[in-house]
Design a protein around this ligand. Structure first.
Ligand code: MN
Length: 498
């Protein structure tokens, strides 16, 4: 019922090949064999802290990715990911033997290389390097997450101080990035594997509470799901799967803190999932549930009509279920399920039918990478930048239908600068959904924003700084604002003749 990752203890390349054969074209397996041969030779004689041969680590990293049905070039790069860093084989040799695509990923991982978490000062720098790597090729992060997950699962082999650092870094840096990329499966694994090492006492307490509630509830969940399946069949709703799933431990801990450890206020310790064939069936299933049990007020969430900022879509509802107990249901299609678990990685994943999902652009990562140069030199803005990244995102639209991805509560001026610095600098007003608004108006997901431009405007207004929310707008305004000296110079100099 709950997620378990199990990496076989005597893992070999055969386990990976067997996994790949379930979904990848046989003609592509050769490159995996070759990547393994090179990695095995290069790491020969090296040992991990546990005393095992080093090759067990790249094997485990690649193996984790095959369990997610990730495509072949990423698996090959995963096998090679520590070769340039730790052995005599160079990145140029890898490029010669495996081509620029695979070598590019390995180079990306090597660049991320030996980032060490040393508290707040280094935190931003680490984030910056990850943004750059991510913007260049998001597949690098997919490998990095798998690499980190294996390292976390063997953390007990390390000394205590190092354990703590790696665990904390996983929770504070890696997991939020996985979350922003919509990779729920990776986020959950990173947090839950790191949790006992980062916060041991809290981990024990949380686990005891969750297990107690869950054990008491297991038979109950079976009854609920049994009844529901009958009703779905009777109503002709095509469902693919129904299952209960324990709430992820670390997010349960976060919730316990929020609710002052009052467990009776947490309704989604077990989420009951219904996977259906299509969107119409999602709503039909919701109807069936609400006919069976009375929904709790304000707890029906339609993330299909309004997806979460990271792309998550599903229907959620909490009902007064059997015996009057509150239960949360999550209803989604198979594709929504893949996207919820794997997010941006879903593009490089084979689904049951061998299909791939369309690639998604991660605009915010590119923007952050673009302004990276400023970041280290402009310490005052670091806080805004951090907030930009971790704040929820909204999706707004230009009149032509282009999507502009902004932090929550961003204003029309932020929007204008996100479209283009020229539009921002000549901002004169904005219409949101055809209505004129003032420049403090917070934008909402789905808004269509039309910026009115004044070509004669000389520079942004200092007042704008009071309401903008994005780092991008703030730094552009500051750059462009006329300093008093500039205005003075312009006043006394003769105007250019046109
Ligand atoms: Mn590694």
């Amino acid at each position: 019922m709950s997620r378990t990752i199990s990496i076989p203890s005597k893992l070999s390349i055969n386990d990976i090949i067997v996994g790949l054969k379930k979904y990848a074209p046989l003609s592509e397996l050769d490159i995996v064999w070759r990547a393994y041969d090179l990695a095995e030779k290069a790491h020969h004689g090296q040992l991990r802290k546990s005393g095992e041969p080093y090759i067990t680590h790249p094997l485990a990293t690649a193996y984790l990715l095959t369990t997610m049905r990730i495509d072949v070039p990423i698996i090959a790069a995963a096998l090679l990911h520590d070769v340039p860093e730790d052995t005599a084989v160079t990145i140029e040799e890898i490029e010669r033997d495996f081509g620029t695509d695979i070598a590019g990923m390995v180079r990306g991982i090597t660049k991320l290389g030996k980032l060490k978490y040393r508290g707040a000062q280094r935190y931003i720098e680490n984030l910056r390097k990850m943004f750059v790597a991510m913007a260049e090729d998001v597949r690098v992060m997919i490998i990095k997450f798998a690499d980190r997950i294996h390292n976390l699962s063997t953390l007990s082999d390390l000394e205590e101080k190092k354990r703590y650092r790696i665990a904390l870094e996983s929770i504070e840096i890696y997991a939020p990035i996985a979350h922003r990329l919509g990779m729920g499966e990776f986020k959950a694994l990173l947090e839950d594997l790191a949790f006992p090492f980062a916060y041991p006492k809290e981990y024990d307490r949380t686990k005891k509470i969750r297990d107690r509630i869950f054990d008491e509830g297991e038979a109950y969940i079976d009854r609920v799901l049994g009844l529901l399946r009958e009703e779905l069949k009777a109503a002709g709703v095509k469902f693919i799967d129904t299952h209960g799933r324990k709430k992820q431990l670390y997010s349960f801990y976060q919730k316990l803190i929020k609710k002052n450890w009052e467990t009776e206020k947490i309704y989604d310790i077990v989420a009951l999932r219904i996977i259906v064939a299509d969107i119409a069936d999602c709503y039909a299933a919701l109807g069936v549930i609400h006919k069976l049990w009375r929904p709790a007020k304000g707890r029906i969430k339609d993330y299909i009509a309004q997806p979460k900022p990271n792309g998550y879509s599903s229907l959620h509802t909490t009902v007064f279920g059997l015996d009057g107990k509150m239960i949360e249901f999550q209803i989604r299609t198979q594709q929504m399920h893949y996207e919820a678990e794997f997010g941006i990685a879903a593009h490089w994943l084979y689904d049951e039918k061998g299909a791939r999902l369309p690639a998604k652009d991660i605009i915010w990562a590119k923007q952050l990478a673009d302004i990276q140069e400023e970041i280290l030199h402009n310490l005052a803005d670091l806080e805004t930048l951090k907030i930009d990244f971790f704040r929820n995102r909204i999706f707004t639209f230009t009149p032509k239908g282009d999507v502009i991805d902004l932090p929550e509560d961003a204003t029309p001026v932020d929007f204008a600068y996100a479209v283009h610095s020229d539009i921002g600098n000549h901002y004169a007003g904005a219409k949101v959904n055809d209505i004129m608004v003032n420049l403090n108006t917070p934008l909402r997901s789905g808004d269509i924003v039309e910026v009115i431009v004044d070509k004669n405007r000389k520079s942004p207004s200092a007042d704008w700084l009071k309401s903008v929310k994005t780092h991008q707008a703030r730094s552009q305004i500051k750059n462009k604002m006329q300093s008093p000296i500039n205005s003075f110079v312009k006043m006394i100099l003769p105007k250019k003749k046109d």
